[in-house]
Design a protein around this ligand. Structure first.
Ligand code: NAP
Length: 304
């Protein structure tokens, strides 16, 4: 698979990341999904401590333990900062926690579950409104100097907060991970992608198919409902897919890949055939006309 730099770092990653959120789902063979992603050329793997209550990192760690040579070709990312009562021993109300101790301890726990020494990328999952950026920066510095993390980023942070954290951090923030798809175009409008361009950060796009709503077999019954977003977009995706001899979902991924900030969509399927097929989207270059036609169909109001 084609590759790109992670932000402005020396780490090179596949143009698509593989997301590990659903690895521990009911009826899912998580280890098989990970191996399929490796075979299909994915090198960047996205985790969070809370995925599957820790089970997703454990499944992945077992794959590495069985085949240690896989680690060399992998760029492994995880996140922390969301505490859910009953998950990973968290008590108290559902909350965000970016205190230094929580970040450091969460990272160490992820390393143990993943059975690795160093995370290539560590991200704050959601902003903690009560922690000053300087405290987050101190945690990052501690993890970096201990050799536990190579690069850092954030997820679901507004661009101004990313800038505030960057001012506090001695190291470059290489990644913003946000929801981005034809069904959620917020990064185009809230300044996240502008900041990626200005600072050479990578935007990791989560739920690039809207959690499956833009996949084949999804939304067929809804195409007559013009007020429903997938219903406006799907017929156009299908037309463009037909013209390029590819699938609907690959056109939806190619739409993300076309942005000049070098967006990296995080593929969430657990099915080997879909994981493999998605990898082909990297070769599909949409024209500017096709890109804007899709944007116009997705937006409820006409472009100014
Ligand atoms: P997605 O690719 O938009 O959705 C994946 C879901 O859609 C799966 O249930 C999959 O089912 C289904 N699907 C995939 N391809 C399909 C197709 N062609 N036709 C029909 N259904 C299809 O991505 P996601 O799983 O929601 O998110 C991807 C990754 O983003 C996660 O793994 C995680 O790493 C990251 N994420 C981050 C955050 C955050 O807050 N930072 C939040 C959510 C997700 P099958 O498995 O059956 O194929």
């Amino acid at each position: 698979m084609k590759t790109t730099a992670l932000g402005s770092s020396s780490i090179e990653v596949s143009r698509l990341a593989y997301g590990c959120w659903r690895l521990a789902g009911e009826g899912v063979d998580g280890a098989r999904a990970v191996r399929s992603a490796v075979e299909s050329g994915y090198t960047l793997f996205d985790h969070a401590d809370i995925y599957g209550g820790g089970a997703c990192e454990e499944i992945f760690g077992n794959v590495i333990a069985e085949s240690p040579s896989l680690r060399d070709g992998m760029v492994i990312a995880s996140k922390c900062g969301i505490r859910i009562p009953g998950v990973l021993g968290a008590s108290g109300p559902y909350r965000y926690d970016s205190r230094r101790s929580h970040i450091v301890e969460s990272c160490e726990a992820s390393l143990r579950r993943l059975k690795i020494e160093t995370l290539d990328l560590y991200q704050i999952h959601r902003p903690d409104f009560l922690t000053h950026p300087e405290e987050v920066a101190a945690a990052f510095s501690e993890l970096k100097s201990a050799g536990k993390v190579r690069e850092f980023g954030v997820s679901n942070h507004q661009p101004r907060l990313v800038a505030a954290l960057q001012r506090a951090c001695p190291m470059k923030l290489q990644v913003q991970q946000n929801e981005f798809s034809l069904l959620n175009r917020q990064p185009l409008h809230d300044g996240a992608l502008d900041l990626c361009l200005a600072e050479t950060q990578t935007l990791l796009a989560w739920s690039p198919l809207g959690g499956g709503q833009l996949g084949e077999g999804a939304g067929e019954l809804l195409t007559s409902q013009r007020s429903y977003e997938p219903a406006r977009v799907i017929p156009l995706l299908d037309r463009i897919a037909g013209e390029h001899g590819t699938s609907r979902s690959n056109v939806a991924l190619a739409w993300l890949l076309r942005h000049p900030a070098r967006v990296v969509p995080i593929i969430g399927s657990t099915q080997p055939t879909r994981i493999k097929e998605a990898a082909e989207s990297v070769e599909l270059m949409l024209s500017a006309e096709e890109w804007y036609e899709l944007l116009t169909a997705a937006e409820t109001a006409p472009l100014p």
